[in-house]
Design a binder for this molecule. Structure first.
Ligand code: NAD
Ligand code: WQD
Length: 342
């Protein structure tokens, strides 16, 4: 019952490790701490009461990866989170993204093949759909990527599909919409480095006084309140879907060796709705202003989630209020533990 989790000390990875341990799996984590902190390991253990096997390893180091995987031949499946994820940085430094996200995935697939590990769950993104008419289902066309980051997700899906055809590999690719929120314990959450690009970390940091003002990027979109609409999914709901995906593969419930699932709530929320919900559940007034549109933003997207509900027997349980409440509790935890996190 051993699962290998790459990027397991990151935001989504750490929540997934906790859910795997809660479900009785033994977890092996590899991470190079490029975008996470060693203290996450202790906090995972505090939550689940279980210790994961951990190896500090960079998946770009093919030989080290192969050597490590060969010492764990009883791995049933791999959940592959390790990647770089900053859209803006990928435009400035595309080679870093192709090397880490695509090269790292190729290395991992080689290590899996050499060691007879046949099941992989991959972290993809709704960004592959570009601007599409919501609700967006899995059969919506893949659009030309808007960034090198988005392109790495498309390429990795193609690499996985080709390798699935050529070998015993079975793949589930999970296309996440907008993951937000944190664990109820407030011991793990998203650790944005520098100025956050994403809406919810920017909201919590502004409310905490780390940022002066939140800029709403445009209120002249063709939506009811003029601001963009996204599908915000709680990270614990998202994490639980990974256990369903692993079991879909290892219990041989899949009908195709390459499957894709959207992971969202199926409900769109506007930027202003997110801000209002944050103010309502926390009682904190947010300093925000309306600014210019951000280049590259799409007007609205939310998921069609029927496939995940039907085939994975999964759906979200938490609402936007819970997302904001837990994101705020995590922000306050970070403030109180600034020395142990930095
Ligand atoms: P994260 O940065 O918090 O976690 C990624 C982890 O991978 C980090 O701990 C980092 O240190 C590690 N890592 C990166 N490169 C590595 C390497 N070469 N070797 C070993 N470890 C490495 O990101 P996250 O938000 O948890 O995202 C996880 C996955 O989900 C990523 O693949 C991301 O592209 C994808 N995704 C994220 C979002 C989102 O909004 N958070 C949305 C869609 C898809
Ligand atoms: C949400 C909305 C902004 C910040 C990104 C990636 C995508 C995926 C998820 C990985 C938008 C608005 C934001 C701010 C704002 N990641 N906003 N002020 O752009 O939907 O998706 O993260 O795969 O690939 O592109 O998420 O949180 O950046 O923005 O008004 O300071 O909030 O304009 O409408 P996005 P986001």
């Amino acid at each position: 019952m051993k699962i290998l989790v790459t990027g397991g000390t990151g935001y989504i990875g750490s929540h997934t490790v906790v859910e795997l341990q809660n479900a009785g799996y033994d977890v092996v984590i590899i991470d190079n701490f490029d975008n996470s902190h060693p203290s996450v390991l202790q906090n995972i253990e505090k939550i689940s009461g279980k210790k994961a096997i951990f190896e500090k390893l960079d998946i770009r180091n093919k030989q080290a990866l192969k050597d490590f995987v060969s010492t764990h031949k009883d791995i049933l499946a791999v959940i592959h989170f390790a990647a770089s994820k900053a859209v803006g940085e990928s435009v400035e430094n595309p080679l870093k993204y192709y090397e880490n996200n695509v090269g790292g995935t190729v290395n991992l697939l080689e290590a899996m093949q050499e060691n007879g590990i046949d099941n992989i769950v991959f972290s993809s993104s709704c960004t592959v759909y570009g601007e599409a008419n919501p609700p967006v289902n899995e059969d919506a066309p893949i659009m030309l990527a808007q960034s090198p980051y988005g392109n790495t997700k498309q390429i990795c899906e193609e690499v996985l599909l080709d390798q699935t055809k050529a070998s015993n590999l079975k793949t589930v690719s999970l296309r996440y919409f907008n993951p937000v929120g944190a664990h109820d314990s407030a011991l793990i959450g998203e650790l944005p480095l520098g100025i956050p690009n994403n809406l919810v970390p920017f909201i919590t940091q502004t409310a905490a006084g780390k940022r002066e003002v939140l800029t709403v990027f445009g209120n002249d979109y063709n939506t009811p309140d003029g601001t963009c609409i996204r599908d915000f999914i709680h990270v614990v709901d998202l994490a639980k879907a990974h256990i369903k995906a692993v079991e879909y593969l290892i219990n041989k419930k899949h009908t195709s060796s390459f499957s894709v699932f959207n992971l969202g709530t199926g409900k769109g929320s506007s930027v202003l709705e997110v801000i209002n919900t944050f103010e309502k559940v926390t009682g904190v007034k947010l300093n925000y202003k309306i600014g210019q549109r951000r280049v590259g933003d799409i007007t609205q997207i939310f998921a069609g989630c029927d496939k995940a509900e039907k085939d994975l027997d999964w759906k979200t349980e938490r609402d936007l209020e819970n997302c904001m409440k837990t994101a705020w509790a995590w922000e306050k935890h970070l403030e109180n533990n600034v020395n142990s996190q930095s």
